[in-house]
Design a protein around this ligand. Structure first.
Ligand code: NAD
Length: 243
């Protein structure tokens, strides 16, 4: 798919991987609807950066775990942009803890944002894509969902759930011109991983010897958005850690 002139929604766009993705798409001529938990200075700054690349950009506040909020959000984006060809379900949170100590609330919240958030967005946005018979859905999973990770039962479950959701959506929509893929990042330098130092054994266990950069995930998003013949894959961008 040619990206120039298309419209994208990027959730979790105020920082980290979402920010880099919005800027990468904008640099390919894609208009971007930036979604974050609040209309913070951070998301406004990403909007300004995208606009400086010559595309239309708007910011929206929405908790993606809420079906009502996502429905209202997509109605507003439709009014503002007309169509949506690309959806990047990137919003995500962690609430780590060992299984024995993890509260039900922390399990529900992480699954609610990371997994149900993607379901909510796809449910509404796919209506627009189906009418246009064109769409690219990209879900941000994690190597944690492929390998498991001690202390991340809730997070790993949500990210593994995204893999199943991605493949089912890919099968349902394949004949309608809509692809659905997942990216499984490894350890990427963002606020989410700010406590992992370069001397952490996790980093030395990465075959390529370093953490990834948000732009390296954004490039994978762009690649999947451009591709017409890839659907249902989980693309690891992880320096080899999960091979
Ligand atoms: P981050 O914490 O830097 O940014 C998260 C973004 O999600 C923010 O913009 C925040 O506003 C938004 N967000 C959080 N809860 C939300 C909600 N309920 N509704 C709407 N937006 C919400 O995170 P990041 O490191 O950039 O990660 C982005 C995605 O990549 C996440 O899904 C994360 O799980 C995944 N991921 C990250 C890493 C990593 O190492 N950083 C590794 C694997 C996967």
């Amino acid at each position: 798919m040619t990206l120039n002139g298309k419209n994208a929604i990027v959730t979790g766009a105020s920082r980290g991987i979402g920010r880099a993705t919005a800027i990468e798409l904008a640099s390919a001529g894609v208009n971007v609807a930036l979604v974050a938990t609040s209309l913070s200075d951070a998301v406004r700054a990403v909007q300004a950066e995208c606009e400086s690349l010559g595309v239309k950009a708007c910011s929206y506040a929405c908790d993606v775990s809420s079906g009502k909020e996502t429905k209202d959000l997509v109605m507003q984006i439709r009014k503002d942009f007309g169509s949506v060809e690309i959806l990047v379900n990137n919003a995500g949170i962690t609430k780590d803890g060992l299984m024995s100590f993890m509260s039900e609330d922390d399990f529900d919240r992480v699954v609610g944002v990371n997994l149900k958030g993607a379901f909510n967005m796809i449910k509404t946005v796919s209506g627009l894509m189906l009418r246009a018979r064109c769409g690219r859905i990209i879900n941000m999973s994690s190597v944690s969902g492929l390998m498991g990770n001690a202390g991340q039962v809730n997070y790993s479950a949500s990210k593994a759930g995204l893999v199943g959701l991605t493949k089912s959506v890919a099968r349902e929509f394949a004949s309608k011109g809509i692809t659905c893929n997942a990216i499984a990042p490894g350890f990427i330098e963002t606020d989410m991983t700010k406590d992992i130092g370069e001397d952490n054994p996790l980093v030395s266990s990465i075959p390529l010897g370093r953490m990834g950069r948000p732009q390296e995930i954004a490039q994978a998003v762009r690649f999947l958005a451009e591709s017409d013949y890839i659907t249902g894959v989980v693309l690891r961008v992880d320096g080899g850690i999960a091979m």
